[in-house]
Design a binder for this molecule. Structure first.
Ligand SMILES: [Zn+2]
Ligand SMILES: [Zn+2]
Length: 443
């Protein structure tokens, strides 16, 4: 890859009808020019595109609208039919090409074809607070760019698959599951949180975000002549974890555990070490409770809590029994114990044994544990369990003391932002989290 790739972003899917506005001249299917309002719907297995007056413009399998000059297009909030995935409450404006296609059930899909760098400016701007330091945004732009191209296999690298399986049956003793992003078929990435939130140019772009992408244009993280699968998460809790503990058991050298601090910490090896680490308050880049710092990093900080570095969740036994039964479909009877059998170097539990009066089951990996033990998701699987028992020895309450937010692999976003505030440059920040990775400019 030696030139900027073009990305296909799925903007709308599952619509019976799409309405919008071409803000300036567009070339329709390389044949005719159109501007102004338009409507599109499925008709006889093809797409019927009509202009503002309702006159048919084109009736084809696919419709591509290529901007002439610097025209942009706007999609309006039209939802006829029941199959839409999510509700749009505002108009969305985009740069680049609009392509309308039909999915298998003859519903409309609107795809925006856009150069990678334009896409990144929008994503960095909408995912990160513009106030976060420029060096942090630059580091994030390089990581996002690398992850994206690696994930899409644009540079010819194979992507590891997930191990999707049904829920555990009665006889299973182990239920180990990990998740990968489900690939899209009609486009590369969607505009939703499932991939990365993308709103085109609907919102004013922050100067910092634009600069961060421009100044790192074409820069990728490399390891062994391959673009890095640069994973990131919210907060590691003081130590990052290994790729193999979250996804398939492959060792990825640049995604191995590092202490998130200027002083070294040993990786967690035993339950005693895990308890001491998680119940402690070690100095780390992501160990910050300063609301001014957090407000500058997290776009929606005011709605979030600041207790992600060390956190606590308490359940009554019956409450936790209900949650586990709801989330897993497994009835353990009376819940007797939660026992970590294997942890990663960050303290995250990889295999957890759940024992009840009716059965026992070992579950993993970290995301499955976080899903089963919370109505939403636990912040992380790095936790220690304290059970309070009644006189008969039956637990009445389970208290989980935990550390960190997210899978803990790769770049720690809070830590990286704090490093930038301390004066570290983007390259040092990236090399801190991605062991042995180097920067390389491809275009
Ligand atoms: Zn997606
Ligand atoms: Zn961290």
């Amino acid at each position: 890859m030696n030139e900027e790739p073009t990305l296909r972003v799925g903007i709308l899917q599952g619509y019976s009808e799409v309405a919008g506005r071409l803000n300036g001249p567009f070339l329709i299917n390389d044949a005719l020019s159109l501007s102004g309002m338009f409507r599109a719907c499925a008709r006889e297995g093809r797409i019927l595109l009509a202009d503002a007056a309702g006159h048919e413009i084109i009736h084809e399998k696919e419709v591509s609208c290529t901007p002439l000059d610097n025209s942009t297009f706007t999609l309006l909030d039209v939802m006829i039919g029941k199959n839409f995935h999510w509700q749009r409450k505002q108009e969305q404006t985009f740069r680049g090409e609009l392509r309308l296609i039909l999915d298998e059930s003859d519903k409309l899909v609107a795809v925006n074809r856009i150069p990678l760098e334009d896409y990144l400016s929008s994503v960095v701007s909408s995912e990160m607070n513009a106030e976060a330091g420029l060096e942090f945004l630059k580091a994030h732009a390089i990581a996002s760019r690398s992850w994206l191209v690696s994930m899409l296999g644009m540079a010819g690298k194979a992507v590891h698959g997930g191990n999707a399986s049904a829920g555990p049956d009665q006889k299973t003793k182990e239920h180990i599951r990990y998740y990968h992003r489900v690939d899209h078929t009609l486009f590369d990435v969607c505009a939703d949180d499932h991939c990365q939130r993308y709103q085109g140019i609907s919102r004013p772009m922050s100067d910092n975000a634009r600069q961060a992408v421009e100044r790192t244009r074409g820069l990728f993280l490399f390891y062994n002549n391959e673009i890095c699968d640069a994973r990131y998460h919210k907060a590691c809790g003081g130590l990052t974890d290994n790729f193999a503990n979250t996804w398939d058991g492959v060792t990825v050298p640049y995604l191995t555990s590092v202490p998130d601090s200027a002083v070294p910490y040993d990786p967690i090896r035993t339950e005693a070490e895990a308890r001491k680490w998680i119940l402690g308050d070690p100095g780390a880049y992501c160990n910050t409770k300063d609301p001014n710092v957090l407000r500058r990093i997290l776009p929606s900080f005011d709605h979030e809590t600041a207790d992600f570095f060390r956190w606590k969740v308490a359940y009554t036994r019956t409450e936790l029994e209900d949650i586990i039964r709801e989330k897993s479909g497994v009835d353990f009877g009376n819940l007797l114990s939660l026992t970590p059998l294997e942890r990663g170097p960050s303290g995250r539990i990889v295999r957890l044994q759940i024992a009840g009066s009716k059965r026992a089951l070992t579950i993993g990996k970290e995301l499955e544990i976080r899903r089963w033990l919370s109505r939403s998701h636990l912040y992380s699987s790095a936790f220690v369990v304290c059970a309070e028992n009644d006189k008969s020895g039956l637990p009445v309450r389970f208290i989980l003391y935990g550390a960190g937010w997210g899978h803990g692999v790769g770049l720690c976003q809070i830590g990286a932002a704090v490093m930038a505030m301390k004066g570290f440059m983007s390259e040092s920040i990236l090399k801190h989290y991605y062991n042995g990775a180097e920067l390389q400019k491809l275009y």
